[in-house]
Design a protein around this ligand. Structure first.
Ligand SMILES: C[S@@+](CC[C@H](N)C(=O)[O-])C[C@H]1O[C@@H](n2cnc3c(N)ncnc32)[C@H](O)[C@@H]1O
Length: 242
């Protein structure tokens, strides 16, 4: 069973996305104009006085913790993901697994060669979370294709060192081992058509296939226990909850 309900995941991520949107309202004018006047007023009321904020700071202020990529605490495991501020409560959505979504029947051969960032869901859907090479080019191309005029339906900044959505580093979480038990688990989260349009710009996933009907498959990482500052996140690569 899922550790937390889809409703709870939705609440967690929309709370953060709304705060990110409000923290950068100056750049959101085109989208803001398309919203109802009550939504516009809500966002304007939430704006802080200090101007645009660092996404990590926004994450800490809204969720009570922040995560970042740093060299792993494990020998020769490359980069990992760490809690850098605050404590992650058990059950919190602590990260998202970004990337291009492939249905089980879609071709992924060239993108998958020597690619350790391919995540497999139970139903055979694959997520390519590699931020380099051909995978990066494919993601950028699909994301550009799926825009609605000025409205971006997905985020491309997870491909850079400074993602606008600070949750979108889940592909860098390392695998648990004998001395490092898993402290997060994967959980599928499908984004339905009712998801607020102005917040889609923070979703770090895009379908490979054009005109793929929603819901959009996402995978989130949920805390299995309280995780304290300085701790590295570890998952179990072979388990995902449907
Ligand atoms: C999805 S990537 C994780 C991010 C990776 N650490 C990096 O810097 O690109 C998976 C790869 O990370 C490394 N890795 C993950 N967990 C590890 C572990 N417990 N010990 C050693 N290497 C690990 C392996 O090279 C694996 O193929």
């Amino acid at each position: 069973d899922k550790l937390v309900s889809d409703e709870e995941v939705l609440l967690n991520i929309t709370k953060l996305f709304r705060a990110l949107f409000s923290s950068n309202l100056g750049d959101q004018r085109d989208i803001l104009q398309t919203l109802s006047s009550s939504s516009q007023t809500d966002y304007q009321a939430a704006v802080g006085e200090e101007g645009p904020s660092d996404p990590c700071r926004v994450m800490f202020d809204t969720m009570g913790f922040a995560i970042e990529r740093r060299p792993s605490s494990l020998q020769s495991a490359g980069t990992g993901v760490f809690v850098v501020m605050g404590t992650v409560p058990k059950g919190a959505t602590v990260a998202m697994y970004p990337g291009t979504i492939y249905q089980r029947y879609e071709p992924i051969f060239f993108q998958s060669v020597c690619n350790p960032f391919i995540f497999r869901c139970i139903d055979g859907v694959l997520i390519d979370g590699n931020d380099k090479g051909i995978s990066k080019a494919v993601y950028r191309s699909c994301s550009g294709r799926d825009r609605l005029g000025p409205i971006k339906l997905s985020d491309t900044t997870w491909l850079t060192a400074k993602p606008y959505n600070p949750l979108a580093v889940g592909q860098y979480v390392n695998n648990c081992s004998n001395d490092k038990a898993a402290n997060v688990c994967y959980q599928e989260f499908d984004v339905s058509t009712g998801f607020p349009i102005e917040l889609c710009q923070y979703l770090p996933n895009v379908n490979y296939r054009m005109d793929m009907p929603r819901p959009l498959r996402c995978v989130v990482l949920v805390a299995l226990r309280a995780i304290h500052p300085g701790e590295e996140l570890f998952s179990n690569y072979y388990t995902v909850v449907h």
